[in-house]
Ligand binder design. Structure first.
Ligand SMILES: Cc1cc2nc3c(=O)[nH]c(=O)nc-3n(C[C@H](O)[C@H](O)[C@H](O)COP(=O)(O)O)c2cc1C
Length: 261
């Protein structure tokens, strides 16, 4: 198998890190590889905050659904969808005024489409970082809870109106542990569709997530005394959880601030 494919197929999320520090050289290599990700119009509609201050890491760990591994991670990166820099660039360079004076374009405040594009840029860069990290022997884990508690996160990281968290990664050298089995994936045919959306219903869904369910059954983590289904598990643990409610509240606030100030 090609080296890159081997890397992709052997990756798994790493949540505990060794004490080995990540050198400045390695970090720079990782940063440069991250920035080689494709970006819409080559505008780099994202920024990355490296959280180094230990007290900020600890606060971040609390804000992200209290996950202490965040405070222990050697490298913590928050990927922002960032239109603020272009708003500043357009205004401070006089581009807005020139376009108005020439009757070419009226001022337009960034909207939902801009958010979408900026999020794509940020998330694509994050995944480049994951793969580059893997190539450098570093492990990584996304932290989805970075979209919770937006008001507090915004204060902590000094965010501006047209910046919102898109993704977060913790990185470091993996702590040596007995090799852990990789998590299952859905079969290719259940994810790839041809020429149009093919809605999945119960039989197909049970098949698609069969491996997920049996691996959870094996470790006894399904609800209703391990008699429940994978749907029960995700419905209770994720879909109707307090953290999911907070993610929805917080995301509404960040989108509202971007669109309406
Ligand atoms: C958007 C996103 C958010 C995630 N958030 C968390 C998180 O907050 N905490 C965590 O421990 N893992 C988190 N993960 C890691 C997933 O649990 C992990 O990718 C998934 O279980 C598959 O395992 P694998 O990455 O080892 O293949 C997140 C992954 C993604 C893509």
């Amino acid at each position: 198998m090609h080296d890159t494919l081997r890397l992709i197929h052997s990756r798994r999320s790493i949540r505990t890190f060794s004490d080995r520090p990540v050198s400045d050289d390695t970090l720079l290599t990782l940063k440069e590889a991250t920035l080689r990700a494709p970006t819409a119009g080559n505008m780099a509609l994202y920024s990355i905050i490296e959280v180094k201050d230990q007290s900020k890491k600890e606060r971040l760990a609390l804000l992200c659904d209290d996950q202490p591994m965040i405070a222990k991670a050697p490298v913590v990166w928050v990927f922002l969808a960032d239109m603020q820099k272009w708003v500043n660039y357009f205004e401070e360079s006089g581009a807005v005024k020139r376009a108005q004076a020439a009757g070419l374009a009226a001022f337009r405040s960034p909207g939902l489409g801009d958010i979408h594009l900026c999020l794509q840029d940020a998330i694509i860069a994050a995944q480049n970082a994951v793969i580059a990290a893997e190539a450098l022997g570093l492990g990584s884990c996304y932290i989805g809870d970075v979209i919770e508690n937006f008001e507090d996160l915004s204060d902590l990281l000094c965010l501006k109106r047209f910046t919102i968290p898109a993704a977060m990664l913790i990185l470091g050298y993996p702590k040596q542990t007995a090799s852990v089995k990789q998590s299952p994936r859905c079969p290719v045919d259940s994810i790839f569709m041809t020429d149009g959306y093919e809605e999945l219903h119960l039989d197909a869904l049970e098949q698609a997530y069969h491996e997920h369910e049996s691996s959870r059954r094996k470790v006894g983590s399904l609800p209703y005394g391990n008699e429940g289904t994978l749907a029960d598990y995700y419905y209770l643990r994720k879909h109707s959880s307090a953290f999911m409610e907070e993610m929805n509240r917080s995301t509404a606030v960040m989108f509202e601030r971007w669109v309406n100030g």
